[in-house]
Design a protein around this ligand. Structure first.
Ligand SMILES: NC(=O)c1ccc[n+]([C@@H]2O[C@H](COP(=O)([O-])OP(=O)(O)OC[C@H]3O[C@@H](n4cnc5c(N)ncnc54)[C@H](OP(=O)(O)O)[C@@H]3O)[C@@H](O)[C@H]2O)c1
Length: 343
């Protein structure tokens, strides 16, 4: 049997070990934080070329303007010619616009050729920001058909992956950065948004594996995970209209089994909560993109917005999942009326 002194000594040694590990971990975290704040000098940023997708509106457009104003050579890929023209009008002649629908492989290949032609000989891209994305419609998983999922996955997952893969060699030439936009929803799934949640979980998984592969080429891959920010993506009217379209095409039996109340609660919890807790400025996300591109030691993941903590991460990772599941049904009110007997 172990004597009391031996036990005391073991506890003391273990305690010291835990304390030393905590101190070492805190020093490591603090030094990462300090190093992350240091950015590449502005004069050096001006030599760099960066491609951004989804520049018609939102984060992509704001980032394109910011980088252009800092003297970076921007390839701004827009979905529409109208978006490209309007961006071009308000930026310097350095900014180069391209029309790229990320669901279209030919347009991606054409953009690759155009970028290659426009780059100075022997120079690659410092960065790609794979930002283009859509929300899709809200509604429980079973209300969506295969096309609903396909549409969102085509842009948010396959489009992002194809852009990153196509341009990765050009980034490897500069040992630069690939910034990929996921969402806080890629770590904490919310109900009634299955196509978006699925697409963002998939892109977060891709990003992690891709980061490890690209490390071998000296390229850093960074995941941006914003909470809700008031852009066109979460425009209340567009979201309501999309929801209504999905609801209207359900059978009478499905409508009866869920009930009008479920539909209303889903709109309230999905749209109003995002609005109420979301950030009204795009700047925090644009800053995270900037740091991902130009910090001397960028983080691998940037979570952006206070709501990421109190609405998503803390409930998901601190509370038992049974409590969170209960809250979704009984506090958000996502309780269907019940199955109809006469099936
Ligand atoms: N806003 C948020 O709360 C939030 C939170 C987490 C993550 N995000 C992510 O952040 C990224 C940017 O979103 P945002 O809030 O800036 O939304 P946004 O204002 O709607 O901007 C998205 C941009 O992507 C473009 N786009 C849509 N489909 C495209 C396609 N097939 N090919 C190329 N471009 C396409 C849009 O063009 P059109 O406008 O012409 O359609 C628009 O310019 C998205 O990946 C989104 O999932 C946003």
């Amino acid at each position: 049997m172990m004597s009391c002194e031996c036990l005391d000594e073991l506890c003391l040694t273990l305690g010291k070990g835990v304390l030393i590990s905590c101190i070492a971990y805190s020093i490591y975290q603090l030094s990462c934080h300090i190093m992350e704040k240091r950015t590449i000098p502005k004069v050096m940023i001006r030599d760099k070329y960066v491609l951004i997708t989804g520049c018609d509106f939102g984060f992509g457009e704001s980032l394109a303007r910011l980088l252009d104003s800092e003297g970076v050579h921007v390839f701004a890929a827009c979905l529409t010619q109208k978006g490209a023209d309007s961006l071009k009008k308000s930026c310097s002649s350095r900014l180069h616009t391209l029309c790229v629908d990320v669901t279209n492989s030919e347009q991606i290949q054409q953009a690759l050729q155009d970028v290659n032609k426009s780059l100075p000989p022997g120079q690659g891209l410092w960065g790609i920001v794979s930002n283009a994305g859509i929300l899709g419609n809200m509604g429980p998983a079973e209300w969506h058909n295969r096309d609903d999922y396909r549409k969102v996955l085509e842009v948010n997952t396959l489009g992002m992956i194809e852009v990153c893969s196509a341009f990765s060699r050009l980034v490897a030439m500069e040992q630069g950065r690939i910034v990929i936009t996921a969402s806080i929803i890629s770590r904490c799934a919310v109900p009634c948004m299955a196509p978006y949640v699925t697409s963002k979980f998939a892109i977060a998984g891709f990003t992690e594996g891709f980061r490890r592969e690209m490390n071998g080429w000296g390229v850093q891959v960074i995941s941006i995970q914003p909470g809700a920010h008031k852009t066109n993506l979460i425009d209340k009217d567009i979201m309501r209209a999309g929801c209504r379209k999905v609801w209207d095409r359900q059978s009478q039996q499905t409508k009866d089994e869920y009930g009008e109340n479920y539909y209303e609660k889903m709109l309230q919890s999905g749209i109003e909560v995002a609005y109420w807790t979301g950030c009204s400025s795009k700047q925090p996300v644009v800053n995270a993109y900037y740091r991902g591109l130009f910090s001397k030691h960028p983080k691998t993941v940037y979570t952006v917005g206070w709501d990421t903590w109190y609405v998503y991460l803390i409930p998901t990772f601190v509370l038992p999942s049974v409590v969170v599941d209960f809250m979704c049904v009984y506090i958000l009110g996502l309780k269907p009326k019940g199955l109809k007997q006469d099936k």
